[in-house]
Design a protein around this ligand. Structure first.
Ligand code: NDP
Length: 311
């Protein structure tokens, strides 16, 4: 297999990866960044980002990521398409396989692989994949103009997706398993104030039905063991917004993770237990998971790389 030696390898192209690339580029570390399956990361599936400092009027997610990419390239970051498909971190230089066809031998590695949307685990989610089931409203919402959709989840993502879909669809049901929303107050208010959104508290989706695509969802309304009611709700689209899974699988044999798979780092730093290997952004952050916190940890990781290479 083809091999290449690099000083600083960055895996992932979300706010953490690109910020690490900006800092490593400016420090003359000639960073090589592989963008992964979703160049630009999760923010490319968001519409408006209102809480990234420096944008008083907000900025589109894809636009923000494009700007970060250009900023990294301006300082010499070598940004490439490709996915890290295997890792051997048994000794330095660390070996990362890209697209199963090339091995990068890296003196330092910044893992900024982010997280991926979770599904409920229903067989019907697979059966109707691409036929009415989606985990990204901004990617697929367009197909549901003037139609009826359901969003599952009660967090900020679910509220954001429901609000976005309400701008396209004729009706949006928000399916929430608890009797309350977990989302921030401002997002909750947006949902409650939208006449097109109906929140179904204490509901669970247990299946989907339809001939050539989703035509409805089987629901169970639950208020304790004794009070359960099953019914079918006609919908055209079923959107998941129930959280994310960190993309850490290939690193798990070499690094410590928590039970969900988030990479464990030395508190307050992106340092893993391996010298020269750092984890930044959502892959190592079960708590904050914000673009700005990811960017900050990418910055810290690049500074750590610089110090490590000097020492
Ligand atoms: P969260 O983990 O915050 O919320 C997940 C939601 O999905 C919860 O309501 C949870 O229910 C529900 N859920 C999880 N598993 C299931 C299941 N099997 N069946 C039914 N429901 C389920 O994830 P988010 O993606 O919403 O947010 C992640 C982070 O990103 C948060 O910190 C959030 O604040 C942030 N964020 C911020 C935004 C913004 O500020 N603009 C936009 C989007 C995200 P339960 O409450 O019962 O556990």
């Amino acid at each position: 297999m083809e091999t290449e030696q690099v000083k600083c390898l960055i895996i992932g192209s979300g706010p953490a990866g690109y910020t690490a690339a900006i800092y490593a580029g400016r420090a003359n570390l000639s960073p090589v960044l592989y963008a992964g399956l979703q160049p630009g990361g999760q923010l490319t599936t968001t519409t408006e980002v209102e809480n990234f400092p420096g944008y008083p009027a907000g900025i589109g997610g894809p636009e923000l990521m494009e700007d970060l990419r250009k900023q990294a390239e301006r300082f010499g970051a070598d940004i490439r398409y490709g996915e890290a498909t295997a890792a051997d971190l048994s000794s330095s230089p660390y070996k990362i396989t890209i697209d199963n066809e090339k091995v990068i031998e890296a003196r330092t590695v910044i893992i900024a692989t982010g997280a991926t949307a979770k599904y409920l685990g229903l067989d019907d989610e697979k059966k109707y994949a691409g036929m009415g089931v989606s985990a990204c409203a901004t990617c697929d919402g367009f197909f549901y103009r003037k139609k009826v959709v359901a969003v599952v989840g009660g967090g900020d993502t679910a509220c954001e997706e429901a609000s976005y879909l309400a701008g396209l669809a004729s009706k949006v049901y928000l399916i929430v398993r608890k009797p309350y929303l977990r989302a921030s107050k401002v997002m909750q208010q947006r949902v409650f104030n939208n006449p097109k959104i109906e929140v179904l508290f204490e509901h669970n989706a247990v299946g989907l039905y339809g001939e050539n695509g989703v035509e409805g969802v089987h629901l169970v309304k639950r208020r304790g063991e004794a009070d359960e009611q099953s019914y079918d709700l006609p919908i055209d689209g079923f959107f998941l917004a129930i959280g994310h899974k960190p993309n850490s699988d290939i690193f798990k044999p070499w690094l410590e993770t928590d039970e969900v798979g988030y990479i464990l780092t030395e508190p307050g730093t992106p340092r893993t237990k391996l010298p020269g290997v750092f984890a930044a952004g959502d892959v190592a952050d079960p708590h904050y998971r914000q673009a700005i916190t990811a960017a900050a940890s990418g910055c810290k990781a690049a500074i750590e790389v610089e110090r490590y290479l000097l020492s």
